[in-house]
Ligand binder design. Structure first.
Ligand code: PEP
Ligand code: MN
Length: 319
């Protein structure tokens, strides 16, 4: 069970008092709100007491639209939202070049991982904090909003400071502690589908966030594992439609991690939009072959322009 409180609500103290008094374990997460996740099963009498105390809490001011209306931008059906940027933040020069390029193309969102979930511990693990500073500085200079991944609860404050949309990666979609924690922030969360998650599991993961009071969730289909080795993953086109049918959240697609190869990214992006995606997130790099992570799927600037041209030819509005 997940409960949500205004941080200064005195009822929160009473509620936690009941839990402590009865030796019930719980997680408490304090960011913009306080979220309490109860562990173990609560005996009947205690459950009633908790419900009684919780019923007296202050009205929560939840789902505040972010001041700059990022979330409504993703919900706007009249155009798709495009997010582009490197898999990993690598240097100031790399980010400056990408930020000015995508700004010149009229994009509003830049992506770039500073904390990277790499399969091998020997691979580049991302720049961490300096990387976040680099992407937020480059984005500010170019007037762009930042999308970046959080891997652990301990990184939330830093991510909130430097990013405008907080990404949960495919490997963490099942990390319920992290999901719960993101319910306590007032920033949009981009929730990638787990690579082996069903649509229902993905939507339940979103519920962990919304229960805490954060309903600004953007779902992202990034491909699932199948038996096909020629692509990195299989973009589940049906899931885009299903997720939209089964929830009110905007649904975007990441054709880069689905394809795994740059020459398959554009057709998958177009297919995703045709099946109703509200946006597309792609990995681009000024020198794709020297990217420190996911180089095979990185689009060059030229190829990214071809994607934009393709969308224009199909009269798909993205500006
Ligand atoms: C990413 O967006 O760089 C990433 C790690 O993606 P995923 O979690 O989908 O593998
Ligand atoms: Mn990547």
């Amino acid at each position: 069970m997940i409960y949500s409180f205004e941080k200064t609500d005195p009822v929160k103290t009473d509620f936690l008092g009941v839990l402590r008094q009865h030796d019930v374990d719980f997680e408490l997460i304090d960011h913009d709100r306080s979220v309490v996740r109860i562990l173990g099963s609560v005996q009947n009498g205690i459950g009633e007491k908790l419900a009684e105390v919780y019923g007296g809490r202050r009205r929560l001011t939840v789902t505040k639209e972010p001041l700059d209306n990022i979330y409504s931008d993703f919900k706007d059906r009249s155009r798709i939202s495009l997010i582009a940027g490197p898999c990993s933040v690598e240097s100031e020069e790399q980010l400056a070049s990408i930020a000015s390029f995508i700004r010149s193309k009229g994009l509003r969102y830049i992506r770039g991982g500073a904390y990277k979930p790499r399969t091998s511990p020997d691979s580049f693990q991302g720049m961490g904090m300096p990387g976040l500073r680099i992407i937020s500085t480059a984005a500010k200079a170019a007037g762009l909003k930042v999308v970046s991944e959080v891997m652990d609860r301990s990184q939330i404050d830093t991510l909130v400071e430097h990013a405008d949309i907080i990404q949960i990666g495919s490997r963490n979609m099942f990390n319920y502690t992290l999901l719960t924690a993101l319910g306590s922030i007032d920033k949009p969360v981009l929730l990638k589908r787990g690579m082996a998650a069903t649509v229902d599991e993905w939507l339940k993961a979103a519920e962990y966030i919304s229960r805490g009071g954060n309903n600004s969730i953007i779902l992202c289909e990034r491909g699932i594992r199948t038996f096909e080795p020629r692509t990195r993953n299989t973009l589940d086109i049906a899931a885009i439609h299903l997720a939209k049918q089964l929830s009110d959240y905007p649904v975007i697609a990441d054709p880069s991690h689905a394809a795994g190869h740059r020459d398959i990214v554009i057709p998958l992006a177009v297919a995703a939009v045709a099946s109703g995606a509200d946006g597309i997130m792609v990995e681009i790099h000024p020198e794709p072959d020297s990217a420190l992570s996911d180089r095979d799927q990185a689009l060059s600037f030229d190829r990214f322009e071809k994607l934009l041209q393709r969308l224009d030819d199909l009269h798909i509005s993205h500006k």
